[in-house]
Design a protein around this ligand. Structure first.
Ligand code: CA
Length: 237
């Protein structure tokens, strides 16, 4: 789970110990075109999440080896924004609120109608896709995922320090526009007044970032604008 780029993100994980419920859900969701994997215990669910990040989780709370809310808690602690729909017989307001407090996106009390579940699955997947897209910036063959803090160029992953990432994300958010050293001092380093020493720090970071991004490639992405600052752009200004 730590590196989502090396794990597949697909399908729905259904955590449910009642075989009648899971059987009918797998059938219905399968007919609607979703790939569903089922785990009947907390232990199996954790093992599954070790190897794969699903696109959505449907979670029963009453499991034979513990409370399903632990699955939800784990996902949120790891920072995973996977939508989670809680499915349970416990239809008390207190428990509903508790589930939502833990970061559940939706809640359905049993017995539920399948069309309603399907509608909610669709809605949650749509929202998740829109959120993910909003977090990804693209400049030429450079892709910056601001949520996962991952950078790829031409499909190849690039390791950056936290500051280099912040610097790049800032340049990318302003792609095609000049970014001054004053802006970087204020918005990336969060220092109120710029001193000469700040310029040197910016230049060192910029040079490391360029090295990592551009490497042996002759396709420059970060351009220096003399007397102005920098600009991230696919084409030279
Ligand atoms: Ca159960």
């Amino acid at each position: 789970m730590s590196d989502a780029s090396t794990t597949a993100r697909s399908g729905i994980l259904l955590v449910e110990d009642d075989p009648r419920v899971s059987g009918s859900l797998v059938r219905g969701l399968g007919e609607a075109g979703y790939v569903v994997s089922v785990t009947a215990t907390l232990g199996e669910a954790h093992a599954q999440l070790d190897s794969q990040t699903p696109a959505l989780v449907i979670l029963d709370l009453g499991l034979p080896d513990g409370d399903g809310v632990q699955v939800l808690r784990r996902l949120r602690q790891e920072g995973a924004r996977v939508p989670v729909i809680i499915l349970t017989a416990r239809d008390s307001v207190v428990q509903r609120v508790a589930g939502l407090d833990e970061g559940a996106d939706d809640y359905l009390a049993k017995p539920f109608s399948f069309p309603e579940l399907l509608a909610r699955v669709r809605a949650r997947l749509r929202t998740a896709r829109q959120e993910a897209e909003a977090f990804v910036l693209q400049v030429g063959d450079l892709e910056i995922d601001r949520l996962a803090r991952r950078v790829r160029r031409g499909g190849r992953g690039i390791e950056l320090t936290a500051r280099e990432f912040d610097l790049l994300a800032y340049l990318a958010a302003n792609a095609g526009f000049p970014v001054s050293r004053d802006m970087l001092t204020r918005d990336v380093w969060h220092v109120s007044s710029r001193a000469t020493s700040m310029d040197k720090i910016i230049d060192v970071h910029m040079s490391h970032l360029r090295e990592k991004l551009e490497g042996g490639s002759d396709r420059r992405l970060i351009h220096t604008l003399r007397g102005i600052g920098f600009m991230l752009s696919e084409t030279a200004p």
